[in-house]
Design a protein around this ligand. Structure first.
Ligand code: FES
Length: 103
């Protein structure tokens, strides 16, 4: 499934990149710009960022569920990751205005 229409980035590419970043440093705070930088892309309209944030949260939660890290550290880190929703607005709506929708 295509997540970023500006850069033609798929859900699978984003998920794989998040896992690569977590493998390098499991405690790094992954933000959409870090994922796009790794893919050698840039956010253009950034309308995909709320979906990327939700993917980061989902993949990070699954990553820690498989890891051997202790519970308190994971809870604290996942709280920081979930706060990205506030920063990137993924709880409310994509940042695109209604007039900019293609479909
Ligand atoms: S849809 Fe991803 S930058 Fe525009």
């Amino acid at each position: 499934m295509l997540i970023c229409h500006c850069n033609l980035i798929t859900q699978k590419e984003i998920e794989e990149t998040i896992v690569e970043l977590l493998d390098q440093d499991p405690w790094t705070l992954i933000v959409p710009a870090k994922v796009y930088h790794r893919l050698q892309k840039r956010g253009r309209c950034c309308g995909c960022f709320p979906n990327v944030v939700e993917t980061i949260i989902r993949v990070t939660e699954a990553y820690y569920a498989r890891s051997e890290a202790s519970g308190d550290d994971i809870v604290s880190h996942l709280d920081r990751v979930r706060e990205l929703r506030v920063q990137f607005g993924s709880r409310t709506h994509e940042r695109r205005k209604a007039g900019n929708r293609a479909a």
